[in-house]
Write a protein that binds this ligand. Structure first.
Ligand code: ZN
Length: 326
């Protein structure tokens, strides 16, 4: 009896599978993916898109992020009409211009929204990346807006706050996108040289060319809970190295332990934290020392007075040699 060979072609199996309905996944933006709690759209918006039951942080668009930072008061958008050109006439699965049109169809102008606003009553320039626009990727418009924000902050002597959420440089703009890394670093250098505070908030995900440029250059770097902050995503690293990574790889809590982040802050407390940091960093030197510095000096004085006589004498000699008034 002849043995019948089994004809198995992966392509054929794939073709057979095409057109079949896959298992429906609920695409409801108002149900928590972690604990399943249901919220009204307004309730979620009021709660800064954080699950009231388990604390899961939902994704936030650029404009809504600035609304949150402004405490839901009015703010003025800067350069809303700036659009990218397509000098490379780039086409992958579909032309770049078509992708831009689709993203604009969602009502988002570009992957970075900037504005003049007040956070916790402190005037500043703020910008937020929008992951919904081509994965929050950094193209020439994002770089240009960011640099203009830095210039404006220096001109007005107000702090600059930026919230990142990005997959990295925009592939469709090729080397023009990579150039934005240098450009944004120059912007932050201008801020640092002028002594203007720069605060960066890392939201999920902050990866690639954004994390490798300006996102790592803030005077203060906050991160949202459980945000992925890494140059390459864990999937790419696992595929390349063929090694399993720890489940907490690249999360903001891990980056806090690694010293890459100053604090992991719940989104609902972000305004107060940013406001307080801006007030301390913007403090005029002529107004005297900050309360924390005054407290530390006072404690040092108390400690010195409590020392035995010979130690006090030694301390006053050292302070005299350093030119300090005793
Ligand atoms: Zn939840």
């Amino acid at each position: 009896m002849a043995i019948r060979r089994a004809q198995v072609s992966i392509d054929r199996l794939r073709r057979r599978g095409e057109g079949r309905k896959t298992k429906a996944i609920p695409a409801d933006e108002t149900s928590c993916p972690r604990c399943g709690s249901q919220f009204g759209a307004d309730e979620l918006r009021r709660n800064h898109r954080v699950c009231g039951a388990c604390g899961h942080h939902f994704r936030v668009g650029g404009r809504e992020r600035l609304d949150q930072l402004a405490g839901f008061r009015d703010w003025d958008e800067l350069w809303p009409d700036m659009r990218a050109a397509d000098p490379l006439r780039f086409t992958d699965l579909e032309p770049y211009v078509r992708r831009v049109e689709k993203a604009e169809g969602k009502g988002i102008g570009e992957a970075l929204i900037a504005g003049d606003l007040e956070i916790d009553k402190v005037p500043c320039i703020a910008a937020a990346m929008d992951f919904g626009y081509l994965g929050g990727s950094m193209g020439s418009v994002v770089g240009e807006k960011l640099l203009r924000c830095c210039d404006r902050a220096v001109e007005r002597r107000v702090p600059f706050v930026v919230v990142t959420a990005s997959g990295g440089a925009r592939m469709q703009e090729g080397v023009l996108a990579l150039m934005q890394m240098t450009k944004t670093i120059v912007g932050f250098e201008v801020l640092h040289d002028a002594g203007v505070p720069a605060i960066v908030v890392l939201a999920h995900p902050t990866t690639g060319g954004v994390w490798a440029s300006f996102a790592a250059l803030g005077d203060i770097t906050y991160a949202e809970p459980e945000a992925l902050i890494s140059f390459s995503g864990p999937r790419v690293i696992e595929q390349t190295t063929r090694e399993k990574l720890a489940p907490d790889f690249g999360l903001s809590e891990t980056q806090l332990a690694n010293g890459q982040v100053d604090a992991v802050v719940d989104r609902r407390e972000l305004n107060e934290r940013i406001g307080r940091s801006m007030s301390i960093l913007s403090r005029d030197a002529s107004a005297g020392p900050a309360p924390a510095v005054a407290w530390a000096r006072d404690r040092a004085g108390q400690a010195a007075r409590a020392l035995p006589g010979f130690s006090r004498k030694f301390l006053s000699r050292v302070r005299r040699e350093e030119g300090e008034e005793v």
